[in-house]
Ligand binder design. Structure first.
Ligand code: ADP
Length: 194
């Protein structure tokens, strides 16, 4: 799959891609999960279908141990048949009106996943557009948060990470990410290169 928009931030390449996240090989694929870790539609359904039942079996045992996963956090499983080593199941916020801590919770999903990546020596990670499907987060703001958190994290503690792929399922979402990235590009690069 061609990577049609790239921002270089320090040693890391941030790519914007349109497509199916389950088909793209990386070390860690991020899932947009729910706090019950119960499986759902959207990207979660696609990840479980493509990855096979092992992933849900692992989530069942995590749920037995921890009861679930809080909003803004994430849990880790293997990736079953997916072209990856791990799946990070991040729980994004349901969007209400933007005044209920949604932006902090969404930012926390991305930060948590970057921290999990650093702990596991992940060099390439892919993200779907967390919360912007069934959970209704406005795509422009969500794209902005995803890109800003990424730039901040790469500036402060890039570690072994070399590739971050943001995968948009629809052409419309892809256009929004590209537009937001283009607007932020100068600022993002400046942030990272000081
Ligand atoms: P949430 O409940 O967090 O909103 P959804 O799965 O409903 O999660 O949607 C998150 C985003 O994932 C949406 O933009 C949706 O279009 C996208 N999506 C759905 N299937 C896939 C897929 N196979 N690959 C990448 N993104 C996907």
């Amino acid at each position: 799959m061609p990577s049609d928009f790239v921002i270089r931030l320090g040693l890391c390449e941030v790519q914007l891609l349109r497509g199916d996240i389950t088909k793209i090989a990386v070390d860690a694929i991020v899932n947009a999960a729910n706090s019950a870790l119960a499986g759902g539609g959207g990207v979660d359904g696609a990840i479980h279908r493509a990855g096979g039942p092992e992933i849900m079996q692992e989530l069942d045992s995590i749920r037995d141990r921890l009861g679930g996963c809080s909003t803004g956090s994430a849990v880790v499983t293997g990736a079953g048949r997916l072209p990856a080593k791990y799946v990070f199941h991040a729980v994004g916020p349901r969007y209400r009106d933007g005044k209920h801590g949604e932006s902090e919770q969404l930012a926390s999903c991305y930060t948590t996943c970057f921290n999990l990546a650093a702990e596991r020596d992940v060099k390439a990670i892919s993200f779907p557009s967390i919360s912007t499907g069934i959970y209704g987060y406005p795509i422009e703001e969500a794209a902005d948060i995803a890109l800003r958190v990424t730039a901040e994290w790469l500036r402060e503690k890039p570690g072994p990470l070399r590739v971050v792929k943001f995968v948009q399922f629809s052409e419309h979402d892809h256009e929004v990410y590209r537009r937001r990235a283009a607007e932020l590009r100068g600022g993002l690069a400046a942030q990272t290169h000081g």
